[in-house]
Ligand binder design. Structure first.
Ligand code: ATP
Length: 290
């Protein structure tokens, strides 16, 4: 079975509080995008399933999130055997685009069909929690408000059609380090999440784009923040309606209503960066055959 595993971007990212268990309560508007890995899932040849990809540095066994998800599915349902997963990796790794979670979610969708379990999208996304906090959203896809650690999902109206330019600068940001720098009580600026939800309900792309906001940007190291700001400025100069960093970064994205302007941004960013992509919003996933 062949599936696409869409990346996600954060239209907003807010941190509400640090919990007793050490995790943080988040509030994020998440959007699936058409930049995607391509997965093939087949019954395993050997006793243990493998996960191979075109990136040699990714884990190939149980530590690959694709296999973590397969194990979670077997544990939760008692159905399905070992599977071999091959991944054409298109989503940059450690980029704030939930690439690993997208692969995990795709494997859950595949196993749901291969075993005939036919779990509902919500049941499947619940199993996804075991593989990571972004997996439940990646199971559903489309547009959603994500709360709790990211696993409490409320589907939202789709982002109006637009062109999305993604640019991943060549450095990585440590998510635990970012969380450790956030002092929740001292967050001065927060996203207008309710405003973004209203703009989505009104089908107002400009209203969404001018409210993009990610609180992690404010705690980046100054030189990283400067680079992120430079990419955002270039996107805006080229005609983006808004630009922001996705997740814990470092990928920056811009939303465009005009394809020619998005194309120009892509070309200009391509002069300095290798990982630049032009994509579009992606809709909800089909989780089962029925
Ligand atoms: P998020 O946006 O959810 O924080 P990310 O984009 O920052 O995710 P990923 O690319 O999803 O980060 O994954 C990062 C880590 O997960 C890497 O250390 C990588 O080795 C490991 N990993 C395991 N399986 C996969 C997979 N199938 N694809 C990508 N990374 C994987």
């Amino acid at each position: 079975m062949e599936l696409t595993a869409n990346a996600k971007i954060n239209l907003t990212l807010d941190i509400l509080r640090r919990r007793e268990d050490g995790y943080h309560d988040m509030r994020m508007v998440m959007q699936a995008v058409t930049l995607a890995d391509i997965l093939t899932v087949v019954p395993a040849q050997g006793a243990e399933g493998a996960a191979v990809s075109d990136l040699r540095f990714l884990p190939t066994g149980g530590k690959n999130l694709a296999q973590t998800a397969a194990a979670a599915f077997r544990d939760a349902t008692g159905l399905g055997g070992q599977v071999d997963v091959s991944i054409q990796k298109r989503i940059p790794v450690c980029a704030g685009l939930a690439g690993g979670s997208a692969d995990a979610a795709a494997v859950l969708r595949a196993m749901n069909r291969l075993t005939g379990a036919e779990l509902s999208p919500l049941e499947l996304s619940k199993i996804g929690e075991r593989a990571g906090s972004d997996v439940p959203f990646c199971v559903l896809g489309g547009t959603a408000l994500a709360e709790g650690r990211g696993e409490v999902l409320t589907p939202l109206p789709p982002l109006p059609p637009c062109h999305i330019v993604l640019c991943k600068p060549p450095f990585s940001v440590s998510t635990p380090q970012l969380f450790s720098r956030v002092n929740v009580r001292k967050i001065v600026r927060r996203p207008d999440t309710a405003g973004v939800v209203s703009a989505l309900e009104a089908g107002d792309l400009t209203g969404v784009a001018r409210r993009l906001y990610n609180v992690f940007e404010d705690v980046l190291e100054p030189r990283r923040q400067a680079e992120i700001n430079e990419i955002k400025s270039l996107l805006i100069d080229c005609g983006a309606l808004g630009a922001s960093m996705s997740g814990s970064g470092p990928t920056v994205f811009g939303l465009f209503d005009r394809e020619d302007r998005a194309q120009e941004a892509l070309e200009r960013l391509g002069e300095s960066y290798r990982d630049v992509f032009l994509c579009a919003p992606a809709g909800k996933n089909k989780c089962s055959a029925v």
